[in-house]
Design a protein around this ligand. Structure first.
Ligand code: PTT
Ligand code: SF4
Length: 611
């Protein structure tokens, strides 16, 4: 087998044992890697109804066949498990040295099973796996933890760790590395914390097996050069994802005051140009020549790395317009290992709940100090309010009642990313049908939608959504390379089949890759349905009531809101095109066409399947 190492490392924390499992070439061809491997492993190995916070859940770190080769932006991995936040399939994508080091150590994925009795660190060094005492690290924040591990294992070590958020089982705790790379929004940090696994360290010294090493070398060099010739490259290096703040404001989609508005009166003060004025350095993921992490000095005089999502959710969405203060909240989120999107969401929810008299302890819009203190309470589950919010907005709304679920901004339990959808039905559908709950990663249709007619609920939008889901959720998440060279600077999609051929020897065109993408997407859907069983209904693919019921009151699109009947029709069109029935459940014929016959047998035990 070329491209892949052909081995998964299976680490059992109960038994303190690790074994390398060989996998078959057909698994690699059918699922590629990353999300494909992760969902296949979790589908095959987890029993229906597994408690996400139990030793039976498994945590998977999975790379793809391009990871670690000298190719643009190929230093990423997927972290996945059954999510404690949503109860469905959960994953995240992290740019990290761990991705490269794991591949060089000879593995394509690492599967963590069981749970340790005491805090532990797992050290993978080529063929050797050590289980180290992690008690001195338990309680440290993610930056301190990584610093200590780097002192021991050197600057090249790939470290993935959790902060206090993961230790205290905050349901949106994530996994952090390199002081500003973080992933696993649906509580992957809590799964790691439950397992008492403070960190995993990878060190590898092997070579990656390419089918055509010379082609690979030449393609890589050409591709890096090509990225730099793109017209948007220079501006991207200046602002990275932060350039999107001004775009969102101009187009009335910037989440503001808990997604009640799409424009923010202080947007300019937290935008890309404001960031440029206080930027002190730049950093990013391994293997990347368009690094996009903008580091600024925050209001605590510490370095903080900013991205569009973090700034929007911890700025406009909570009514805070001071960029240095927003940066401080974002850094604290990284240190504590909390997903910044969900965090901005729960803070916005708490502020609205407080304004409406649903919370005894008040917190005002834009209150910086109080927000910082509340973030600490959430991470350590301190007090009634901290503990309530640590379980996410779906749970908090269930507890608080009084109609708050209408403005608890989530889909299937995962808090919504940083685009308001009062005026963009296509993006609302993208959130609602995403593989992990309301995340933009599967399909960022909003930029196309704004250009090509945002008011439409038509078939062309559904087609575009499916095409994007295939490309992004399927192919990019499984090749496990960064999609930003393609989206942000226009690096052409035609390069990727060539990379895949040089790495693996396989001739796969985009149409072939889309079949793999559909297989992965349907298996992910099956995972959710197996878990939810008879509770599954098409309402699970519908965004929060706020966007249908409360029009925005500011900006050029004042008065706009979503139309529920038209949305329902668009959802049914989407189901039909996907080969799903009116409940959004894959039909038997669809599953069989994708080679998922065994899934039919299993799903039948949870729900009645349509032909
Ligand atoms: C991702 C989500 C995003 S998406 C952002 S900013 W973005 C937030 N970043 C957080 C952070 O930082 N710290 C923190 N404590 N929480 C955070 N939560 C949010 O997590 C990220 C980049 C970005 S920056 C994006 S869009 C792209 N995402 C990719 C993807 O999903 N797939 C892919 N093949 N390529 C991608 N490239 C880009 O990667 P999740 P990273 Mg991230 C500090 O984790 O769970 O997937 O959620 O990984 O290495 O930081 O790169 O405007
Ligand atoms: Fe990482 Fe940014 Fe480079 Fe993508 S473009 S690999 S997110 S540094």
């Amino acid at each position: 087998m070329f491209g892949w190492n052909g081995k998964f490392l299976r680490v059992n924390l109960d038994k303190k044992k690790a074994v390398a499992d060989r996998f078959d070439a057909s698994l690699a061809r059918n699922y590629l890697g990353g999300r494909g491997f992760a969902v296949k492993i979790l589908w095959d190995e987890l029993k229906r109804g597994t408690d996400p916070l139990s030793s039976s859940n498994k945590l998977v770190f999975a790379t793809g066949p391009l990871t670690g080769f000298s190719l643009p932006s190929s230093g990423k991995l997927i972290v996945a498990a059954k999510s404690p936040l949503t109860g469905g399939y959960g994953d995240g994508n992290i740019g990290t040295h761990a991705a490269v080091q794991m591949r060089k150590a000879g593995y394509d994925a690492t599967i963590i099973e069981g749970m340790a009795e005491r805090p532990e660190v797992v050290l993978v060094k080529d063929k050797s796996v050590e289980f180290l005492d992690g008690k001195d690290l338990w309680g440290l924040n993610s930056f301190e933890t990584e610093k200590k591990l780097r002192e021991l294992y050197g600057p090249a070590a790939g470290v993935l760790c959790i902060g206090p958020g993961g230790e205290n089982l905050v349901k949106f705790a994530n996994i952090v590395c390199q002081e500003g790379r973080a992933g696993g929004r649906p509580g992957m940090g809590a799964v790691m914390g439950y397992k008492k696994l403070k960190a995993v360290v990878f060190l590898g010294s092997g070579d990656l097996p390419a089918a055509y090493p010379k082609d690979m070398q030449e393609l890589g060099a050409d591709a890096y050069r090509e990225v730099m010739t793109k017209p948007n490259f220079a501006f991207w290096k200046r602002q990275g994802t932060m350039m999107t703040i001004e775009w969102s404001q101009e187009n009335s989609v910037l989440p503001t005051y808990n997604y009640s508005e799409g424009v923010f009166e202080e947007a300019e003060a937290v935008g890309g140009f404001a960031m440029e004025k206080i930027k002190i350095s730049q950093r990013g993921c391994p293997q990347c020549n368009m690094i996009c992490g903008n580091v600024v000095k925050d209001s605590d005089r510490k370095g903080s790395e900013l991205d569009y999502e973090n700034v929007t959710m911890l700025g406009p969405n909570i009514g805070l317009g001071d960029l240095r203060q927003v940066a401080a909240l974002s850094r604290v989120a990284d240190e504590l290992g909390l997903d910044a999107i969900s965090l901005g969401n729960v803070l916005g929810f708490a502020m609205e709940a407080s304004e409406k008299g649903l919370l005894e302890e008040k917190i005002a819009w834009g209150a910086f100090k109080a927000s910082k203190a509340l973030i600490g309470d959430i991470a350590y589950r301190r007090g009634l309010r901290g503990n309530l919010l640590a379980d996410g907005v779906r749970y908090a709304a269930e507890k608080l009642g009084r109609g708050s679920s209408r403005w608890a901004m989530h889909v299937k339990g995962l808090e919504i990313s940083a685009y308001d959808c009062h005026t963009t039905p296509g993006m609302a559908l993208a959130y609602s049908t995403s593989s992990i709950g309301a995340h933009h990663k599967d399909a960022w249709i909003i930029s196309w939608e704004v250009k090509s007619g945002r008011e439409s609920y038509g078939e062309e939008k559904v087609d575009k959504l499916i095409e994007l889901q295939r490309t992004r959720a399927g192919v990019f998440e499984s090749l496990t390379v960064c999609r930003l060279p393609w989206i942000e600077v226009g690096f052409e999609l035609g390069w990727y089949p060539k990379f895949l051929h040089a790495a693996t020897g396989l001739e796969m065109r985009w149409e072939d890759l889309y079949v793999v993408a559909d297989r992965i997407f349907n298996l992910t859907r099956a995972f959710w349905i197996r878990e939810y069983g008879k509770k599954w209904a098409s309402e699970m693919d519908v965004p929060p009531a706020r966007w249908f019921e409360e029009p925005i009151t500011q900006g050029a699109l004042k008065g706009a809101k979503l139309d529920r009947a038209k949305y329902g029709k668009m959802l049914q069109t989407y189901y039909e095109k996907r080969g799903w029935d009116e409940r959004g459940i894959p039909r038997k014929t669809t599953l069989k066409k994708l080679g998922l016959e065994d899934v039919v047998g299993q799903l039948k035990k949870s729900v009645k399947l349509s032909e």
